[in-house]
Design a protein around this ligand. Structure first.
Ligand code: SF4
Length: 184
């Protein structure tokens, strides 16, 4: 009210929510698909569920062009270094979804070969349960991530803040454990 009435055709808002709004509706995903959850990933992208309605329909097969890493399926220890490399090649800001119970916790592959959840390797923003999750669950997870992006503070990715984090924690923010030590 007020200013908009005096300046018809103009809309006023704060920069932070406007940028976050643009980010959450223009997600470029990198699908890291390793197993059967990939079928549900494809179903979510196709016309019946149509992930394009949420602004996240464009897969990018170069991590440098993606800002949403979707880890779809089982991750074993041989694969772990490649997942970490893909994550680290993505530019900030970036987000991660663990798609299905295998990516989230290792699922029923409770054995020496399988990473017991990708959060042992990289930070995860949203976990989607299910074996496999239905497309409705995937869309629900995506909307949760969009809510999270909308509420992110403006300076979260500022260089100075990153450096302060490194000073305080002694490590880079992205990598939690080296892939070799994630085996447990
Ligand atoms: S969660 Fe189930 S469907 Fe998905 S990769 Fe694991 S075993 Fe396959």
């Amino acid at each position: 009210m007020g200013l908009e009435q005096k300046l018809p055709g103009f809309v006023t808002t704060k920069l932070e929510p406007a940028v976050n709004w643009a980010r959450k509706y223009s997600l470029f995903q990198y699908p890291f698909v390793t197993a059967c959850c990939g079928m549900e990933y494809m179903a979510t992208a196709c016309s019946r569920y149509d992930i394009a309605r949420f602004g996240a329909e464009i897969p990018r097969f170069s991590p440098r062009q993606a800002d949403l890493l979707m880890v779809v399926g089982t991750i074993n220890h041989k694969l772990a270094p490649f997942l970490v490399t893909v994550y680290e090649q993505m530019a900030e800001p970036k987000w991660v979804i663990a798609f299905g119970v295998c990516a989230s916790t290792g699922g029923f592959y409770d054995n020496y070969a399988t990473v017991q959840g990708i959060d042992k390797l990289i930070p995860v923003d949203v976990y989607i349960p299910g074996c496999p999750p239905r497309p409705e669950q995937v869309l629900d997870g995506l909307m949760l991530l969009q809510q999270k992006i909308q509420n992110e503070p403006w300076d979260k990715y500022a260089y100075e803040k990153r450096q302060e984090e490194v000073r305080q924690t002694g490590r880079e923010g992205s990598r939690i454990l080296s892939p070799l030590s994630a085996g447990g």
